[in-house]
Design a protein around this ligand. Sequence first.
Ligand SMILES: *Cc1c(COP(=O)(O)O)cnc(C)c1O
Ligand SMILES: [Zn+2]
Length: 566
Amino acid sequence: MRAFSITCRACGAQRPFTHPIAACPECGGGWLDAVYEYGRYHHTEGLNTYRWPHALKRYGASLWRYRDLLPLRHDQNIVTLGEGWTPLLKAHNLGLMLGHPNIYIKDERQGPTGSFKDRQAAIAVSALKEASITEAVVASTGNVAIAYSAYCARAGIKLWVFVPSSVPVEKMREMSLYGSEVIKVTGTYDQTKEIAAQFATSKNIFLDRGIKGIAAKEAMKTLAFEVAEQLGAAMAGDDPMLLNTPRPWRAPDWYVQAVSGGLGPVGVMKGFAELNDLGLIDTMPKLANVQPSGCAPMIQAFRQDRATAVNVDDPMTDIITLATGKPGEAYEVLYELTKRHGGTFEAVTDTEAFQALRVVAEMDGISVEPATAVAFAGLFKLIRQDVIQPHEIVVVNCSGHTFPVEKQIVGEHFTRDMHVSNGASHHGRSEGLLTALEELDDRVQRIAIIEDNADSARLVRRILQAQGDFLIDEANDGITGLALIQRTRPNLVILDLMMPGMDGFDIVEIMKHDRYLSNIPVIVITAKELTAVERERLDGKIKGLLQKGTFMDSDLLNDIRQALPT
Ligand SMILES: *Cc1c(COP(=O)(O)O)cnc(C)c1O
Ligand SMILES: [Zn+2]
């Protein structure tokens, strides 16, 4: 097991991590960070110095190669789709055109769902799994929701995603394809976030805290680790994708990113700071934070040298991925980092971004989403202004690429629409909003899963979560399972036969002789080949019998539909 601690940005209090917390117990501060036992991987013993890169030799080409400094305690909880270790590409033609030979593109389009949010989803969802959380809520301008949807599907976690209605319909289709509940809110992203938080509170479901929680920042930190490792190889003339070159790691002079909530640059700078503290790099990059001029709360503030953002209530950009009008504490952190290490904030128009999108595609064969084009437009602008110098090493986060889901696969009616009148969103607790939030969740059928094998339970749960509005309870042995059935009197029981203590046969028997439970339909899912005698014991008492490893989701759902009175 790996151990790590949590620190609070507001008061500096530090405590060992045991489970996810939403605020600092000392001061209530919401901005939490992870710190590690750095010396464990990086220390001197007599004449020998053990450096962290040496410890990485055991690990392969994914962001999990940095697991020693990631907030997960047990490797068995890793939920992965092969994220991280994305290519660091040299922008040959752009470089030639601009007279800047050292522009590198960190190609995050090549993540499993096509954006750098895959890093965040991988680590956040792994942490959810480690904390045994099976249902979660997230608000998003699109890419976080897609990435979380994919990883939650894999982890067997039911996900509610709240997105502004201006998110492209192709992106919503993709979330829906992964089995998430997609709530389309007619309002700004900042309003959408508030509504998601209220929904999570009213339903007592885990709310992803984004930049304030630890998983998200730790995830983005891996971008810095990869860049330092790959750039070290590239600058020495080696293949940047080669693992474990003996080359010294190095930081770029600039890290350029299109910024919305600010998670990327905040996490990346934490990563470079850790490498600096470990002595693996000796400079810190300057940040170029680029926003669309129609939603540039950070740029406005920086130009006035203010440490707090100038909020934008009504974002006026078509690039919805970047429409965070109220960045809050994230801007304060970025302001401090930019003051300390150099760098700048710059705005570009949507038109400039779309032009840059074409240029990058035409010059270097890289097709990006509009949000990413904002970073390139910013790069061009800062080069023209001589803020970025020709000799400097620049890394641009090529943050995302969209892969539209075919219309014929996911049809037209896959969102639940929610209309927020302006009054409701500004004054929070109106009746109408609360009723609407209640109505979002109309799960009435309650299903109990009694299954001692965790993988089988997750599979069944996932099938139910993705296809129906079921309230799901689980127990992983017979005695607890029977107590659960007696307590909740579910509409349906899904039952394993072979369990320690009390087995499924016993439960079926007891239910049949209990006047409160005898009418509850039971579907048995078993790994056991049943003997004739055993079949007889179940005969007439169950509604369905499925053999593990041989049925598809539709078989189970058919059995459930037939068993449940409508
Ligand atoms: C989320 C996102 C951004 C902005 O990232 P932050 O670091 O959260 O500000 C930029 N580009 C793309 C493609 C994104 O998905
Ligand atoms: Zn605190």
